[in-house]
Design a binder for this molecule. Structure first.
Ligand code: HEM
Length: 404
């Protein structure tokens, strides 16, 4: 990290004292520990709002309070462009994420009923059956790469199940999703978005009459005011639900299981008291957030002591919120009995993740079924965990071993 303003051309309105070289998709040292790398920024005691020249140049809040506030404040910070650099964010258009209130509400309503607690409870039997199947598939082997054997499969199968799409399409959809989430170039991301559309259009056309009962039918035959959603809106809604629940759950699952593999005392706690698992999942969600999202400044303004200009981009790193000592005491400590916590792991405000109940349910079921079958497990001795950066932080592999 440097604060030498001579190295970069600064926009005229940015105070050089706010300039720090932080790559939100690859904070210094992320390869050896993704969250530790973010925590080092807290230790560096940066101003609460900085400008970094990376990814086209953008603002970044560093403290939890401001991150939470900026996630929620759609009156000043628009979701029109949801990622940096702006060129990439403008290409990745999702519904409802890139629509601001008040229009946002009509689109969001199309999703809410299918992701409500009641709807997720109805799904939980099939989520449990899938989780058990995957765990039983590896149990006798005494080892697995948790990422490929479990975390990559569970969320995509749940999506295909909810959308009533063939499970055999899982691999194809995952490979397109990876190109959108970790694009090699803006052109590659554009091609991948087109590949999603090509895949979805025939399925969408068959469901536009609203006769099905699956989630996709409810989305693609939904109404906005007095009209049915357009075909492009239908595509953008489906892609949003797919991407929203894929890499997020996958990578969070890996962070949570890595922690459990390294901490026998925390496993013991949950084995002795499985009723603590929902609280444990909430605490791990606070401690290991994965997403960094974008906002665009709506108009010229002064905010938190800096001059911002209409069109400036902002990146909101959710990892910095949950591990901020100013909002959570002993933030690096994982305490399953923590009485309250403050974080933006699922965002804040009108765009707060509608899939949070589904995500929590997937995580709780994973913990319940895994611990019941494989109570003690470790990271394979000698294996090094390599982390990956990006919009969603994660790890290259998670090799686990246990006694059979
Ligand atoms: C651990 C797992 C998950 C994490 C950490 C997560 C995180 C987030 C965050 C931070 C946002 C806010 C975006 C913003 O403010 O711009 C969001 C929005 C969203 N998430 Fe999730 N999510 C997870 C799982 C899911 C699942 C399972 C689904 C659905 C199947 C889902 C669907 C969505 C959708 C549709 C939005 C856009 C909502 C809107 O703009 O109104 N997410 N998620």
């Amino acid at each position: 990290m440097t604060s030498n303003p001579d190295l970069f051309e600064l926009p005229a309105h940015v105070d050089p004292a706010r300039l720090f070289d932080v790559d939100v998709y690859a904070p210094a040292g992320f390869e050896t520990d993704f969250h530790e790398a973010w925590y080092k920024l807290h230790e560096a005691n940066l101003p609460e709002l900085i400008w970094t020249p990376r990814h086209g140049g953008h603002w970044m809040p560093t403290r939890g309070k401001l991150i939470g506030e900026m996630f929620a404040d759609y009156t000043r910070f628009s979701n029109r462009v949801g990622a940096v650099p702006k060129e990439l964010g403008e290409l990745l258009r999702f519904i409802p994420n890139n629509i601001d209130p008040p229009q946002h509400r009509d689109y969001r309503t199309l999703l809410n009923s299918s992701l409500s607690p009641a709807a997720v409870i109805r799904l939980s039997g099939s989520i449990r059956a899938l989780a058990v199947d995957l765990i039983e598939g590896v149990r006798e082997k005494g080892r697995c790469d948790f990422k490929t054997a479990f975390a990559e499969i569970l969320p995509i199968h749940i999506f295909l199940n909810m959308m009533d799409l063939p499970l055999s399409d899982a691999r194809h959809l995952m490979s397109i999703a990876t190109r959108v989430i970790r694009p090699k170039s803006v052109d590659d991301a554009r091609d991948a978005m087109q590949a999603f559309a090509d895949y979805l259009i025939p399925w969408i056309e068959r469901r536009r009459d609203g006769s099905g009962t699956d989630f996709m039918t409810r989305l693609v035959s939904g109404r906005i005011g007095d009209r049915i959603v357009t075909r492009q809106e239908a595509i953008d809604l489906c892609v949003q639900v797919l991407l929203g629940g894929l890499d997020t759950v996958l990578n969070f699952l890996c962070f949570a299981m890595l922690f459990m593999a390294r901490h026998a005392e925390h496993r013991r706690l949950l084995l002795d008291e499985p009723g603590l698992i929902p609280q444990a999942v909430d605490e791990l969600l606070r401690r290991f957030p994965v997403l960094t999202l974008g906002r665009e400044v709506r108009f010229d303004m002064e905010y938190a002591g800096v001059i911002m200009k209409k069109g400036d981009m902002i990146a909101l790193p959710s990892p910095l919120h949950g591990i901020d000592a100013l909002v959570n005491e002993h933030p690096l400590k994982v305490d399953f009995h923590r009485s309250s916590s403050d974080h933006s792991t699922f965002g804040n405000g009108p765009h707060r993740c509608p899939g949070n109940f589904l995500a929590r349910t997937e995580l709780i079921i994973t913990f319940e079924e895994w611990l019941a079958r494989i109570p003690h497990f470790l990271v394979e001795p000698g294996a090094e965990i390599t982390y990956v950066g990006g919009v969603v932080g994660g790890m290259a592999a998670l090799p686990l071993v246990w006694q059979v």
